[in-house]
Design a binder for this molecule. Sequence first.
Ligand SMILES: Cc1c2[nH]c(c1CCC(=O)O)Cc1[nH]c(c(CCC(=O)O)c1C)Cc1[nH]c(c(CCC(=O)O)c1C)Cc1[nH]c(c(C)c1CCC(=O)O)C2
Length: 367
Amino acid sequence: MGTAGSTTGTGTASTAVTSGRRHLPEAPFLVAANRGRPSRRPVWFMRQAGRSLPEYRELRKGTGMLEACLTPDLACEITLQPVRRYGVDAAILFSDIVVPLKAAGVGVDIVAGTGPVVEQPVRTAADVAALPALDAEGVAPVADAVRLLVRELGDTPLIGFAGAPFTLASYLVEGGPSRNHERTKALMHAEPDTWHALCSTLADTTLTFLRAQVDAGVDAVQLFDSWAGALSERDYRELVLPHSTRVLQGLADTDLPRIHFGVGTGELLGAMGEAGADVVGVDWRLPLDVAAARVGPGRALQGNLDPALLFAGQDVVDREVRRILAEGATAEGHVFNLGHGVLPETDPDVLARVVDLVHETPVPAGP
Ligand SMILES: Cc1c2[nH]c(c1CCC(=O)O)Cc1[nH]c(c(CCC(=O)O)c1C)Cc1[nH]c(c(CCC(=O)O)c1C)Cc1[nH]c(c(C)c1CCC(=O)O)C2
């Protein structure tokens, strides 16, 4: 992975890897994540696999979201669709952050247009104690999808992912998506022991889920703490950071790049970097040069085009892409992405144009 690769993880790159792992030393995404100089600026999109693609909608007809995630052939094909269409520099596994909860036996479903809905919200110490643990067997279909993908993907790296303890806890405590996270914040502050017990269980679940993906052959992992931006830095550090740190540090032996992302996290970027990420994801609210200063040295950045601006016409999109490429060049490594997921109504041709523009723009000379 070049010289920069030896500065990540435990430094045992070639010995600690699982047998069967692909070796992709030139892949621009992995080079940039490891703060080396890639042959071109890498680009992929959060939620690149999904509803903005007509071929996805066609394939999903009659199949529930979680059923699709747990059907290896289908998950594999949906993961490949955006790679074929856009020529992005990484695939992201088609799955969802609630898949490990479902696989452990939690009553959860994904309702179209709403998101994850939990049958029995988790709000008391007894509810937490009753949460089922995940064993690797439960997510065997996800591992099977990863094994299919690494055979199909050629030189394109595959990103595995999971939800971070806070974001998963928010769905469990609220019972579904929440604007204010009020029940979650109430539990955090009124019953910190129960809160820590919940996050500790979720950190175990997340580690089991990610480890299964790593053992099956993913090339990087992303920990989504999508809703962490709802917290003050003080609360984040005390009530969330220790659990996210356990997850990210728990994968240090893999020597794979670990990406950590949340929305509205401008004030948390330093703390999120400390959790053990090699790459910190940034939303559109902060220019990448400012984000780089907040995250500090030794980490690459990922981001940060506002997904809503993909609706503003080609001139705006081109201008924004060029601005972000220039600001990203100040970071030690830059993986181009959106600041959050692709919106369902996005025109795939606009994303294709973004990929071409990123790839056409010369990589600046190193420092
Ligand atoms: C918070 C969160 C969830 N899921 C995820 C997050 C973290 C990322 C983020 O902040 O957006 C992660 C996720 N979910 C999905 C992926 C697939 C991989 C990718 O292309 O990025 C990823 C990385 C598929 C999906 N997950 C979901 C869809 C849409 C379901 C469908 O196609 O019917 C997809 C493609 C459903 C889902 N699942 C979740 C939400 C909020 C929704 C949207 C609800 C809706 O508006 O319908 C929970």
